[in-house]
Design a protein around this ligand. Structure first.
Ligand code: KIV
Ligand code: ZN
Length: 506
């Protein structure tokens, strides 16, 4: 292992990941994700963009002040206010990093920044110098580097390194690059930028063409030493390079790639579940590494091969990425400690209050359903983590009837403080529509439904149904969840989750 190159894993789930529509996180949630990233073993946590909002600033500062074991980074544009604010936020970290960026491509120069090449170089150098005046660990990103003219990119990179950038990150901001091209860009920088050996080359690939991981691997092969990525690949538009995929590519193909990372791969599935719970962004079933089907073998020939020799059809073991070997069953006699223990091994470290609430729901579920599987526990915990802790509205009871030929009828009673309000409606185009209308009539919060999904948490008719919603309110997207063995009830819970997130200003 000694001759393997150590690749730095720069996680930007809390910054670029959080830029996914509807994926915003509050402070306790960000702290929980930061803790999970540390346990996972990332080298750098990009904790946010401190100038963007007081909430972002506060989160970066809290993470910088309280977490040890990884560099904590704050993002800044190349201007004094951004950089000063980023430093204020990260200065309490053991290893603070400031990440400054400025677009360099012709399209961005001409239409967005209206700056000449000379002005760009001047601004980039001034930004890096200001950041360096605060801390040694400064990263510079020429935004949209993959579409920047080669000569100019070399010039900017050389100037940023001369100004003190310890890391130069090459972003494919719009996911336009292809693997061979990305490799050539890195190779070109190594061959043409005279001071390139004074910096670590990083890449930050977006996934618009589904190539983010492939592009990042090509960059590594060409000499990059840092990968920017996110859990579950979340991020702007189609997202970023998925951390779990690039790490497992390096790990599984260690015969081919002479690299290693500091990631504890057994924490990949638990961290993926946590981020999915907190952001409300479900992981697609067939997602590589962490999807529910990633290790499911359906075809008879495959199952037969697996029974004879696992490696016939399996290149990684599920337990290597943190999937439990067995789906342990809990039931109505299982206690709180057994539940906490199972939740922990699934990646959720619950606080006393969270455990109390999940245990209550677990007991209700155990009354309805004999055997409770890991999938049920994940659904209950994810619901709990996604809910706002001080919800304004809660569900007291609901009734729903529907039959062919007559309008649906929904009656909902909600509680706010001491007050209970009941609303009955026979309007609407089906039970779900009626549930939206009744909730809106009580709470006054109008939601436009953008996406509605139901899936079962486990196998069987009696499985928990998980409803995920994407709704728009005042031009903002919110994600919400509800979980119940009754899908109408799960829907009402998801609608209330959305309302509570909105009225709670989340
Ligand atoms: O995609 C991008 O270019 C970015 C930069 C800020 C690195 O996120
Ligand atoms: Zn990005």
């Amino acid at each position: 292992m000694a001759d393997r190159k150590q690749i730095r894993i720069f996680d930007t789930t809390l910054r670029d990941g959080e830029q996914s529509p509807g994926a915003s996180m509050n402070l306790p949630e960000k702290l929980e994700v930061a803790q999970a990233l540390l346990t996972l073993g990332v080298d750098i946590i990009e904790a946010g963009f401190p100038i963007a909002s007081p909430g972002d600033f506060e989160a970066v500062r809290e993470i910088a002040n309280n977490f040890r074991g990884a560099a904590i980074c704050g993002l800044a544009r190349c201007n004094d206010r951004d950089i000063d604010r980023a430093w204020e936020a990260v200065k309490g970290a053991q290893d603070p990093r400031i990440h400054v960026f400025l677009a360099t491509s012709a399209i961005h120069r001409e239409f967005k920044l209206k700056m000449t090449r000379e002005e760009i170089i001047g601004r980039a150098v001034a930004g890096v110098q200001r950041a360096v005046s605060y801390c040694d660990d400064v990263e510079f990103s020429p935004e949209d580097a993959a579409r920047t003219e080669a000569d100019f990119l070399c010039e900017v990179v050389e100037a940023a390194i001369a100004a003190g950038a310890a890391t130069v990150n090459i972003p494919d901001t719009v996911g336009y690059a292809t693997p061979a091209q990305m490799g050539k860009v890195i190779e070109m920088l190594i061959n043409r930028v005279p001071n390139i050996d004074q910096t670590v080359i990083s890449v930050h690939c977006h996934n618009d063409l589904g190539l983010a991981v492939a592009n990042s691997l090509a960059a590594l092969e060409a000499g990059a030493g840092q990968i920017e990525c996110t859990i579950n690949g979340i991020g702007e538009r189609a997202g970023n390079c998925a951390l779990e995929e690039i790490v497992m590519a390096i790990h599984t193909r260690s015969d081919y790639y002479p690299y290693e990372t500091g990631i504890n791969t057994k924490r990949l599935a638990p961290t993926s579940r946590l981020v999915s719970a907190i952001t409300g962004m479900q992981v697609q079933r067939n997602k590589a590494i962490v999807g529910r089907n990633a290790f499911a073998h359906e075809a008879g020939i495959h199952q037969d091969g697996m029974l004879k020799e696992r490696t016939t059809y399996e290149i990684m073991r599920p337990e290597d990425v943190g999937f439990a070997k067995t789906d342990l069953v809990l039931g109505k006699h299982s206690g709180r400690a057994a539940l906490a223990d199972r939740a922990k091994s699934l990646g959720f470290q619950l606080t006393g209050e969270q455990l109390r609430s999940v245990f209550e729901r677990f007991k209700e579920l155990a009354d309805r359903k004999k055997e409770i599987y890991d999938g049920d526990i994940v659904a209950l915990v994810q619901q709990q983590l996604h809910n706002t802790p001080d919800e304004e509205w809660s569900l007291v009871r609901f009734e729903a009837t529907s039959s062919s030929g007559s309008p649906p009828r929904v009656k909902i009673t909600l509680r706010r403080g001491e007050e209970e309000i009941t609303q009955e409606t026979s309007e609407g185009d089906g039970l779900i529509d009626a549930a939206f209308l009744a909730t809106e009539q009580i709470t006054g919060v109008k939601l436009i439904c953008k996406d509605y999904r139901v899936r079962s948490a486990t196998l069987g008719h009696d499985a928990l149904g998980e409803v995920t919603l994407e709704v728009e309110h005042n031009g903002q997207i919110h994600r919400a969840r509800g979980v119940s063995t009754d899908t109408v009830e799960a829907t009402v819970m998801a609608i209330l989750d959305a309302v509570n997130r909105i009225v709670g200003g989340k």
